[in-house]
Design a protein around this ligand. Structure first.
Ligand SMILES: *Cc1c(COP(=O)(O)O)cnc(C)c1O
Length: 401
């Protein structure tokens, strides 16, 4: 008789996981305030308050709400004047927007492989990718793990490059006691539905540079100027503004972040300890310079040779069947069909054949890294034992995979 739930056996976890997103009366009251104020549009009191609160949360000089994390990236790149003929260094293990934002301003993304210990950009490989056309580096704090900001800032200083932190997954993460989002030239955050605080869609730009903050403001606001007349437009741009509805929800969400972060941190430690004793899976060790981790995703490595050589897809099916929410994560980014389109080829500064790039660590991460979403980390302690128990059960019954 089969043991795995995948094959009709009993499930490890029968009841549900914490629902996401979380809300209560706070969100309801804030939304009602917006409704009744009739200030439904943009740059109203809630957006301005959110900018203020977020800047002080990150300890950044300036924060600007925008419509999404993707548009935040585009606004920053545009404000920096990065465009055709420029190259931007990006990691290949990330959400596509990190890369497409570069193409959207007609600049060329240059991939640098990741460090398998963090799945973040490998800072030791960045310098080899710098050319006379390189303008910026976009390190991604993947899963909430800060990239090696010491080394990245050093290289950027040496070659006069801008650093844009993609902190879309890293609300509250810290590098040596400093919040990510306050270290680079600028940073972006996302409030998309899966993120640790959310308004369904939404984004934020942070920077310590006043001039850049003003430029971002203009770019996000169809090229208007802070002190200019309403119908006077100073640069080519679009509308990337956040609405009061989103800001209302985020003001309530922000108040919950710290306490939720503590629960995620506790459960992360429990999970790492339990998984370390299971053969065939490997945990990610946190660099001691990471003083706080948002744990947007719980990542671990699946070694198929210890599981009857079953591919990661099969293992994830088995895990989900046991009642453990898990996901495959990113697929190899440089193999995405978009890189073959004439539209993209026209933008590139040189003839980069993305499809044939050798990015061995990214390839390995795509085939080995398993994701458990952040809301599962909000569950009670005992549920962490269910996650470990399900993995152990699959390992013990690997002949069924
Ligand atoms: C979510 C995400 C983005 C894009 O944010 P949206 O708000 O969905 O546009 C960018 N980069 C990373 C790493 C992300 O996870």
């Amino acid at each position: 008789m089969s043991k795995l739930a995948l094959n009709g056996g009993p499930k490890i976890k029968l009841d549900s996981w914490p629902e996401w997103p979380v809300y209560n009366e706070k969100e309801k009251n804030m939304l009602m305030e917006v409704l009744e104020s009739r200030q439904w549009g943009t740059l109203g009191p809630k957006v301005l308050k959110l900018n203020e609160k977020f800047a002080s949360f990150i300890h950044a000089g300036h924060a600007l709400s925008v419509s999404s994390g993707t548009s935040a990236l585009e606004v920053v790149l545009r404000a920096l004047g990065i465009g055709y003929g420029d190259e931007v260094i990006v990691p290949p293990y990330t959400f596509m927007a990190t890369v497409t934002s570069v193409l959207m301003v007609n600049a060329t993304p240059v991939f640098v492989d990741i460090d398998p210990d963090s799945n973040c950009i490998d800072s030791e490989k960045i310098e080899d990718a710098v050319t006379s056309r390189t303008r910026a580096i976009i390190p991604v704090h993947i899963s909430g793990t800060p990239a090696d900001m010491d080394e990245i800032m050093k290289i950027a200083g040496k070659h006069n490059l801008t650093v844009i932190e993609d902190a879309a997954q890293a609300h509250g993460s810290e590098w040596k006691g400093r919040k990510v989002g306050s270290i680079g030239t600028a940073a972006i955050f996302s409030f998309q539905l899966s993120k640790n605080i959310t308004s369904g869609e939404g984004g934020m730009i942070t920077t310590n540079n006043k001039e850049l903050a003003d430029l971002c403001w203009s770019v996000h606001h169809v090229g208007r100027s802070r002190n200019g007349e309403w119908y006077r437009h100073y640069r080519l741009s679009g509308n990337y503004r956040m609405t009061e509805w989103q800001a209302a929800v985020l003001l309530a969400q922000l108040e919950r972040l710290e306490a939720q972060g503590n629960i995620r941190e506790r459960n992360f430690r429990i999970l790492n300890d339990s998984l370390d004793s299971i053969e065939g899976v490997e945990t990610f060790k946190i660099d001691p310079r990471v003083t706080r981790h948002s744990h947007h995703l719980y990542m671990f490595k699946y070694k198929r040779e210890h599981f009857n050589n079953a591919p990661k897809t099969r293992f994830i099916e088995a895990l989900n069947a046991e009642g453990i929410p898990s996901g495959y994560g990113y697929i190899e980014i440089h193999q995405q069909p978009l890189f073959k389109t004439p539209e993209v080829k026209k933008i590139l500064t040189r003839d980069i054949n993305y499809e044939s790039l050798e990015l061995p660590e990214t390839k390995r991460a795509c085939s080995e890294t398993v994701w458990i979403p952040q809301n599962a980390l909000l569950a009670p302690e005992k549920d962490m034992e269910n996650i470990a128990g399900a993995i152990l059960k699959i390992r013990e019954n690997r002949n069924e995979l």
